[in-house]
Design a protein around this ligand. Structure first.
Ligand code: B12
Length: 209
């Protein structure tokens, strides 16, 4: 039985061995998808502890980067139980962190969970210029474009990107994610959907296709 509080604290403590041992043991018992989603949420809560300790000056930039890698590693262990093992591609998502923003932990979680759910994800990285989004969208014609950002300035970058995609005639549905994203921001940006939760984002994408 996975103790979610212990998992959260282990991630907050950056105890890689404990996090990975717990998750490997958990995935071996073939858990349900909803139980795996609870484990993802517990890991994310651990990331919130990391953020708080950083803000208090107890953790440093290197710890944040390590936490991001640990979170990605953790989600990868859970990936096989997150999507039901279906190998059929249900749609293509073009994904990137918008220009000016270098944060990618949340984007990577959403990518892993979308891939686990059967999406093909074309990840064009961080600090993605407007033109790069437009060119790639015209080239691969995805059903969905996902934009990520955690800085306040990401909201303006998302708006610039959405305006340019629309001007170029790109018809894909657009979903935005990241901590500062709200309903109001979504309306301002002109996106089709928004979320601050990767699992909810995957469900929205499934509905969109
Ligand atoms: C880790 C971190 C970093 C790491 C990033 C490592 C990396 N590889 O990403 C490093 C150390 C590099 C960093 C740098 C900086 N950071 Co920083 N960072 C953070 C921190 C602690 C956590 C962010 C995070 O990863 N959260 C966890 C993820 C899982 O959450 P999330 O992104 O919201 O993602 C979830 C959902 O939103 C959703 N999602 C995300 N994207 C998408 C996309 C789609 C399509 C969908 C559907 C869903 C989805 O799924 C995820 C899982 O559910 C926050 C503080 C905090 N406590 O949040 C500060 C924070 C974001 N950083 C901040 C700042 C200021 C900076 C710097 C400018 C610092 C500096 N002075 O140099 C630089 C930025 C450089 C730049 N231009 O981007 C500020 C932002 C302030 C603001 N309002 O703009 C914050 C809030 C800290 C603070 N309180 O001041 N940072």
């Amino acid at each position: 039985m996975l103790d979610l509080n212990v998992l959260t604290q282990a991630l907050g403590d950056l105890d890689e061995d404990q996090v990975m041992d717990m998750l490997k043991e958990f995935s071996e018992i073939n858990p349900s998808e909803s139980a795996a989603l609870e484990a993802v949420a517990a890991c994310q809560s651990g990331m919130a502890i990391v953020g708080e300790l950083f803000e208090k000056g107890e953790y440093f930039v290197g710890d944040l980067i390590f936490a991001g890698e640990l979170l990605t590693e953790a989600i990868n262990v859970l990936k096989p139980v997150l999507g039901g093992g279906d190998s059929v591609v249900i749609g293509t998502i073009l994904l990137g962190t918008v220009h000016g923003d270098l944060h990618d932990i949340g984007k990577n979680i959403f990518r892993s969970m979308s891939e686990a759910a059967g999406f093909e994800v074309v990840d064009i990285g961080i600090d993605v210029e407007v033109d790069t989004f437009v060119k790639k969208a015209l080239e691969i014609k995805p059903q969905i474009i996902g934009m990520s950002g955690v800085l306040t300035l990401a909201i303006d970058s998302m708006k610039d990107t959405v305006d340019a995609l629309k001007a170029a005639g790109v018809g894909a549905k657009i979903i935005i994610g990241g901590n500062p994203v709200t309903k109001e921001a979504c309306e301002f940006i002109g996106a089709d959907a928004y979320t601050t939760n990767a699992a909810e984002g995957v469900k929205i994408c499934q509905d969109l296709v």
